[in-house]
Ligand binder design. Structure first.
Ligand code: BEZ
Length: 202
């Protein structure tokens, strides 16, 4: 199991994988009581040419994600903007219907929700874990990253990456910790040296 520093080194400077996400967007031209349509958005749409924060969590509507992580990112969104972040993305291995319903239930307006329903992005990031002990199937380990034009600049992975983990660590991927790091860390080292790619063959 990599240490926090080991996990950081494994991911920093890597380009995130190209994935297409199936989102549902509101469209008033759609007739009927539920005016939404499918829209495919890719990692290029979300990440190209921008410095963003991505955080990924085990599931929509789950307790820590719903009472702390997502609401706190929403509350601190303007602080992220002041720290040079253009967008904040919340990703989960949930379909677009579940993600939209979760965002609506929490009144989320600033953080953008990304539905990785098939788990393809999470798998290619090497962050897919089994949560069969909770009846969840395959989900995302909890992590966050500062991603600059599609390349990981800073990495925040919770300890204990494992299948069927009995606990739900939540510390380093909190918005408070990421903001603190953004305000203090010298990022010069992250922008030098060769870039690598995630191993997407898994
Ligand atoms: C939580 O966010 O509290 C949580 C996430 C996954 C499984 C159980 C709880």
């Amino acid at each position: 199991m990599p240490t926090e520093e080991g996990a950081m080194l494994m991911h920093v400077k890597k380009r995130i994988p190209f994935v297409a996400f199936r989102t549902r967007v509101r469209d008033e031209t759609v007739e009927g009581p539920n005016p939404y349509r499918w829209e495919v958005k890719t990692t290029d749409d979300y990440f190209s040419g921008k410095r963003v924060v991505l955080f990924s969590l085990p599931g929509a509507f789950t307790p820590t994600c719903s009472t702390q992580q997502l609401p706190d990112f929403e509350k601190l969104y303007d602080e992220f903007r002041k720290a040079g972040i253009e967008s904040v993305y919340c990703l989960s291995v949930n379909d677009a219907f579940a993600m939209n319903a979760w965002g609506k239930a929490l009144g989320v307006e600033k953080v953008k929700l990304i539905p990785d329903g098939s788990g393809e992005f999470t798998r290619k990031m090497g962050m897919l874990v089994a949560k069969d002990n909770l009846g969840f199937g395959m989900r995302s380990w909890r992590y966050a990253a500062v991603v600059n034009d599609g390349v990981v600049e800073q990495w925040f992975e919770e300890d204990g990456f494992s299948d069927n983990c009995e606990s739900d660590p939540y510390a380093v991927s909190s918005p408070q910790n990421i903001l603190e790091t953004l305000r203090t860390r010298n990022t010069a080292s992250a922008s030098s040296g060769p870039r690598q790619d995630f191993d997407t063959s898994v």
